[in-house]
Design a protein around this ligand. Structure first.
Ligand code: MN
Ligand code: MN
Length: 459
């Protein structure tokens, strides 16, 4: 401390050509993968190209075999067989590909005083005021009653319209300005502006709504009732890009946790004939507590391991599955709040994640007296330290904010249930959970290298 020069991941970073290329790929991944479905589709595309084969097409699971499992189109698992039998354990990185956003309600459409809107229900931890007066896009799917699937993306291409949620003009915001920040914009107030042209409407009343319904039918073949079986997500419109005069930041929506998903994929892509079977999970529903059958509280990872063990042994052996799970070593790959000098009062300087100082490990997350977390065992923390140091990774340790300032959990606790060793490991993000999150290029490079070192570590 004191006079000691602060370690920066930028010093001696020396990005390889492939790593520079990866930054461009990352920007494109963020720009195109704005929902869990879109993100998984992109990841699965990469995996297929790299030789991963769907689990139901695999006959044997041995060393070097690449297997892919899709979970309900919204999550997935990629695995590469190790030299050792799976029952001895495996190396695992778990990330999530869902992000805070606004979902359309199942009956979203209404008209009031000649303006048509979509009602929304926010998903995950958002600050509601951040979602007004900015360009928004609509991404998602509608499943018609007969099962037919309609995919929708509106607001990303230049020629497409965007959407917005209107804020109140400052001239009339006297009462609003006196409200608490979290009450100034209400959940029911997050309504998406859709249109105001009544001229094609067929009904006497609510002609704008009628016009919108005709437009939806003509363009997408969907009717008002079809929203009942739809998952339509309102996300910030536009592309991710570099930020800052020195281009040292990446700005984009959904970096929590797609930055870790991307880094984990990049790490896995480079793995060849690993000693331990290496697995990366891309989970859904983390932002709302990991429930649902695509979240980490569901058993798809366990079932996947059971399938692989069965392929490896020729028959199902429940004990081997349990052993494999309990002997696994895992990173819960998620982002954490980066230290922001503008909000210094909520951070403990000694235990904060600083942008540009590399990969972040967090022994525990949670809140209050370490509630709702997996507190990693020091033996495993030491092992990860060794792996990172041996691979010359710049890393730091952090917890999320000051004690009793708030907090938040990750997926780690749902992996710990199986007995596996698990440590939270990601990068710091500024403006986390906002429509425009900020990450560090150097940290992302360190994360790709660090995850690779962890997955490929022998011994
Ligand atoms: Mn996260
Ligand atoms: Mn989050």
């Amino acid at each position: 401390m004191g006079s000691k020069k602060v370690k920066s991941a930028w010093d001696k970073l020396r990005m390889s050509e492939k790593e520079c290329q990866a930054m461009t790929e990352y920007l494109s991944f963020l720009s195109k993968g704005k929902t869990e479905r879109e993100s998984w589709q992109i990841i699965e595309g990469w995996a297929r190209k790299a030789g991963f084969v769907s689990l139901d097409e695999v006959k044997l699971f041995g060393s070097g075999q690449k297997v892919c499992l899709e979970v309900r189109d919204k999550a997935g698992i990629l695995a590469i067989g190790g030299l050792r039998p799976l029952s001895e354990g495996f190396r695992l990185i778990v990330t999530h590909i869902d992000a805070p956003r606004l979902d359309l309600k199942q009956r979203p459409l209404y008209e009031e005083e000649g303006l048509a809107f979509f009602k929304t229900h926010y998903y995950g931890g958002i600050k509601k005021y951040q979602w007004t007066a900015l360009p928004l896009a609509l991404h998602g799917i509608v499943i018609l009653r007969d099962g037919q699937r309609v995919e929708i993306v509106i607001g990303e291409e230049e020629e497409e319209p965007i959407f917005t949620i209107c804020d109140l003009l400052p001239h009339l915001a006297k009462d609003q300005n006196n409200k608490k920040l979290r009450e100034a914009i209400s959940g029911e107030g997050l309504n998406l502006l859709l249109g105001h042209n009544p001229s094609t409407g067929e009904s006497e009343e609510e002609r704008v709504k009628s016009s919108i319904l005709i437009l939806l039918k003509e363009t997408y073949g969907i009717e008002e009732d079809d929203f009942v079986s739809a998952e339509l997500e309102v996300v910030p419109a536009g592309k991710a890009r570099y930020a800052g005069l020195d281009r040292s930041f990446i700005a984009g929506y959904g970096q929590d946790d797609r930055i870790c998903s991307f880094a984990a994929w990049k790490a896995l892509e480079k793995i060849k004939e690993p000693e331990w079977t290496t697995i990366v999970v891309f989970a859904d529903k983390e932002e709302i507590g990991s429930d649902s059958n695509t979240g980490m509280k569901a058993r798809f990872l366990e079932n996947f391991i059971a399938e692989l063990i069965t392929l490896q042994n020729g028959s199902y052996d429940g004990l081997m599955v349990r052993r494999a799970m309990a002997r696994a070593k895992a990173l819960s790959a998620d982002v954490t709040g980066g230290y922001d000098p503008n909000y210094a009062e909520v951070m403990d300087k000694l235990n904060s994640a600083y942008l540009g100082r590399g990969l972040v490990i967090s022994k525990y997350t949670g809140s209050g007296g370490k509630y709702e977390t997996s507190d990693a065992n020091p033996e495993f923390v030491a092992e990860v330290r060794r792996i990172l140091d041996d691979a010359k990774i710049t890393w730091q340790t952090a917890e999320l904010g000051k004690v009793d300032q708030g907090g938040g959990g990750t997926i780690a606790q749902y992996m710990a249930i199986y007995g596996m060793e698990v440590l939270d490991c990601g990068v710091g993000i500024l403006s986390m959970h906002s429509p425009w999150e900020i990450s560090s290029v150097a940290d992302l490079v360190m994360m790709m290298r660090g995850y690779h070192a962890f997955l490929g570590y022998r011994g």
